[in-house]
Design a protein around this ligand. Structure first.
Ligand code: 5AD
Ligand code: SF4
Length: 442
């Protein structure tokens, strides 16, 4: 019987996809997946350090393994992800959790197999964290878990140094993958039947700006969208300082590209944006939205917003509210500012008290949700195209998303997972749509 692996993932889509790569390495070594942590022979924690609560969560879960490891000493406990890349964190992890067998970083993920083999030979704990990013590894085949959706990295790292953000410190400088490797990967995914491809990067608009690819992001997007086949194409994350009309023109050329842009604004106040080192103004952001909607009036925008950044006044916060009202985001990820060691913002005076932060986040969430609900109501009675992702056995319904990321639920007698279906919306509940299946695209 083969040995089993279990992966625990924290954080963003980037990490979810990295876990698919970790799973790919483990599968190639002969391990099989188990959803039950007690059954596993190897457990990998793919950590995130972008905010303190993600980190605390991981600390709690790793600590809880102590008992299992005692009962089953052959169990391999592995910790990877961006927390291990954080300055001083490996030492903390080593001291707090002496039962960790292997630690590796996001910058040397491809070394996992070698590290497991080394650990199996030696009794000593194996720790290998690379400080600088090396060559992009192209040899890992991810074990994808999200059919019919697939994520494809187009670049790694970030050069932006937003003053609150730890990502550039733990994920290294920006590196872009070669266009031919990206195009080949997408061609294969489409051949395998994947129906929605999302191009991933911390700042996709600066793809190729390291001069190594011979292509800009809009040229890459054009090339990927020109691949034959029936699939949707998305990209994230765009940075407002670099998002431009060239990209929108490519969106206009290809109906495959979803007319939804994830464009994190972070704040509606120019003072805060400047202190965040975002390098755009509220006015520039709003102009970009106007430009996008001049091409596609139906275009939707999602965003990320931080409240309680050091020095944020009530007036600044209200500027964020007014921007939310002006743009009418389809949805927004809202965060309370989290102080990250080593970032510029962590040394700023005027850190905002927790009760003020909490009050602002509650008001903001309510405002954002009101727009999301208002947008849902507009769907009533309309027919939408949904890509069926899965079956919800609790609700007894199939579900999937429309072009704008809106979740729709429906009854079907046939299994339609991986198919585009037409859904007539008959009920709207908060952010979810319910409807009758009208047509299945074969
Ligand atoms: N505190 C709160 N939110 C943060 N983000 C990044 N760093 C921090 C931080 N220190 C948010 C930003 C970013 C998203 C991925 O996470 O909004 O766009
Ligand atoms: Fe962090 Fe800014 Fe880079 Fe996004 S663009 S990963 S927020 S530094």
């Amino acid at each position: 019987m083969s040995e089993k692996y279990h992966i625990v993932t924290y954080g963003c889509q980037m990490n979810v996809h990295e876990s698919e790569k970790i799973a790919g390495i483990l599968c190639a070594m002969g391990y099989e997946e188990t959803r039950r942590i007690e059954e596993a022979d190897i457990i990998v924690f793919n950590t995130c350090c972008i905010r303190e609560n993600a980190e605390n969560h991981a600390f709690g879960n790793i600590g809880a393994l102590k008992k299992l490891k005692k009962q089953k000493p052959s169990l391999l406990v592995v910790v990877g992800g961006c927390m291990t890349q954080e300055k001083g964190k490996t030492e903390v992890l080593k001291q707090k959790f002496p039962f960790i067998d292997i630690m590796f970083g996001t910058l040397n993920l491809e070394r996992l197999e070698a590290l497991i083999k080394q650990k199996k030979k030696e009794r000593k704990r194996v720790v290998e964290i690379r400080e600088e990013a090396g060559e992009i590894f192209e040899d890992v085949t991810p074990f994808r878990t999200s059919y019919p959706n697939a994520w494809v990295n187009i670049m790694y790292g970030c050069n932006n140094f937003c003053s609150y953000c730890i990502v550039p410190y733990v994920r290294g400088r920006e590196r872009s993958r070669k266009p031919e490797n990206i195009i080949r990967e997408v061609q294969n995914l489409v051949k395998e039947g994947y129906k929605e491809i999302t191009l991933l990067g911390q700042n996709v608009n600066s793809y190729g700006s390291d001069g190594t690819t011979g292509m800009t992001f809009s040229e890459l997007l054009d090339a990927v969208a020109s691949i034959e086949g029936d699939f949707r194409l998305r990209f994230m994350t765009s940075h407002p300082k670099d998002f431009n009309e060239d990209v929108v023109k490519v969106m206009q050329k290809h109906r495959k590209i979803c007319r939804l842009v994830h464009l994190p604004v972070q704040s509606g106040s120019n003072t805060v944006l400047q202190a965040m080192n975002r390098r755009y103004t509220r006015e520039k952001y709003l102009d970009e939205i106007k430009m996008l909607r001049s091409y596609f009036p139906e275009a939707e925008v999602t965003t990320d917003i931080i409240v309680g950044f050091p020095g944020e006044t009530e007036e600044d916060y209200l500027q964020t509210e007014s921007l939310v009202k002006e743009v009418e985001f389809a949805s927004a990820f809202t965060f309370v500012y989290s102080k990250r060691q080593g970032t510029k913002a962590s040394t700023m005076d005027a850190q905002i008290p927790e009760d003020v932060q909490k009050d602002r986040i509650m008001r903001l969430v309510e405002l954002v949700n009101a727009f999301t609900r208002k947008k849902s109501e507009k769907y009533m009675g309309k027919t939408v195209e949904i890509l069926c992702e899965d079956y919800d056995s609790k609700k007894n319904l199939y579900f999937g998303r429309d072009e704008f990321g809106r979740m729709g639920y429906f009854i079907s007698e046939k299994n339609v997972i991986g198919k585009f279906v037409q859904l007539k919306v008959t009920k709207v509940n908060g952010i979810s749509l319910f409807g009758e299946l009208e047509k299945v695209k074969e």
